[in-house]
Design a binder for this molecule. Structure first.
Ligand code: NAD
Ligand code: IPM
Ligand code: MN
Length: 356
């Protein structure tokens, strides 16, 4: 039976990189007869500006009922400064499908992508497990006396035992699968004594179920320091929604930039449920239409999606071919080449089609 993939190119460079990601999926459909049905959705700023539609209920329901995965480019358009529609779509997917684990692998595919002195690609190889359904992202709060000198603005930080526990478990399960000896948990329990004490307590409790994996607690500010000083000490990092967002942009800097960073949004305890895949980067408005966007983050994201769909081995193959492209400078400018978006994708697709 065919698997339905909802493709949401979105805004800015989203459609540019997704056009290449779709070619990658076509290659697998044509050469390996992968039975994938692509369902392209016109959602994003253009649609919102045209008819006010952000994330319609019937589409959300069909995704939940019929799709095996969602592949998303990026959301964000300067013409809609509030970004309401973008949150409707992104959070509609992440929260609506209860995709509580945002898995962001951080691997440098070539030594020259690592910006740190005397460090090589072997020093940058870890995964961030970002809680994806709670924290300050839930939009509990409000504004009061807006526009007056007495104005109040509140965004509550929501942390539930269930929510914290399941992402911590997902991180330990990943460590077990990948034979990692440590899991780091980053919080600010020194300042946020209520919410982050829950994180710390839950983390050490869950850790007792995983003998052989050392739980290490680190404050998130120190984590930023250590990531730059010596990223080789990290294998698995688990943290909350906001810190995970910030730390993974920093981490992307260790792997060659946002053009190289992939992510999966999954319901980790029931991996067969529909999941959402997106590069870590946004819509990069300054790159739009200039043939500068790096398509490799999207390709690596497709690799993660293929693993989710049950096609073992292709994620590693795609990664190896991209590593070769970087090595040979068959890549975009952000990673040291001088090819455009499609030309960089062409090289990878040609190489892959020799192999599959
Ligand atoms: P951004 O990720 O779009 O860009 C940050 C930097 O990385 C820029 O210098 C950009 O040129 C570069 N960059 C990003 N992707 C690249 C690629 N594929 N190739 C080469 N360089 C790349 O972040 P931003 O500028 O802070 O945000 C722009 C918009 O995107 C905002 O509206 C933001 O809210 C949105 N955003 C959306 C998502 C998402 O949809 N998941 C993620 C992040 C940001
Ligand atoms: C990301 C983005 C989003 C987030 C924004 C666009 C809301 O930065 O996916 O990393 O903060 O989750
Ligand atoms: Mn982000």
């Amino acid at each position: 039976m065919s698997q339905l993939i909802a493709v949401i190119p979105g805004d800015g460079i989203g459609p540019e990189v997704m056009a290449q990601a779709v070619r990658l999926l076509e290659l697998y459909r044509n050469k390996k007869s992968y039975d994938l049905d692509l369902w392209t959705l016109d959602l994003g700023a253009a649609r919102y500006l045209r008819d006010g539609v952000s994330y319609p209920k019937d589409i959300a329901e069909r995704i939940e009922r019929e799709a095996s995965a969602v592949l998303l480019g990026a959301m964000g358009d300067p013409r809609v400064p509030s970004l309401d529609y973008a949150r409707d779509i992104l959070f509609g997917l992440r929260f609506g499908l209860d995709l509580y684990a945002n898995v962001r692998p951080v691997r440098a595919l070539a030594d020259r992508l690592v910006p740190l002195k005397d460090r090589t690609k072997s020093d940058v190889d870890f995964a961030v497990f970002r809680e994806n359904t709670e924290g300050v992202y839930v939009n509990v709060g409000g504004q009061f006396k807006r526009g007056t000198p007495d104005e109040i603005a509140i965004n509550e930080d929501i942390n539930t035992r269930k929510g914290v526990e399941r992402i911590v478990v997902a991180a330990f399960e990943h460590a077990k699968r990948t034979k990692s000896k440590t899991v780091h948990m980053a919080d600010k329990s020194n300042a946020m004594q209520h919410a982050h004490e829950l994180w710390k307590r839950t983390f050490f409790e869950v850790a007792t179920r995983y003998p052989g994996i050392e739980p290490r607690h680190v404050y998130v500010d120190a984590l930023c320091l250590f990531l730059v000083q010596d990223p080789s000490q990290f294998k698995v990092i688990v943290t909350n929604n906001l810190f995970g967002d910030i730390v993974t942009d920093l981490a992307a800097g260790l792997q060659g930039g946002l053009g190289m960073a992939a992510s999966a949004n999954v319901h980790a305890s029931e991996p067969s449920r529909v999941a959402m895949f997106e590069p870590v980067h946004g819509s990069a408005p300054t790159l739009v239409g200039k043939d500068l966007a790096n398509p490799f983050a999207s390709f690596l994201t497709v690799g993660m999606m293929l693993t989710h769909l049950g096609y073992e081995g292709e994620e590693a193959r795609i990664e190896q071919v991209i590593a070769a492209a970087i090595e040979k400078k068959m890549c975009t400018r952000d990673v040291g080449g001088d090819l455009g978006t499609k030309a960089a994708a062409d090289w990878v697709l040609a190489e892959l089609s020799k192999q599959v």
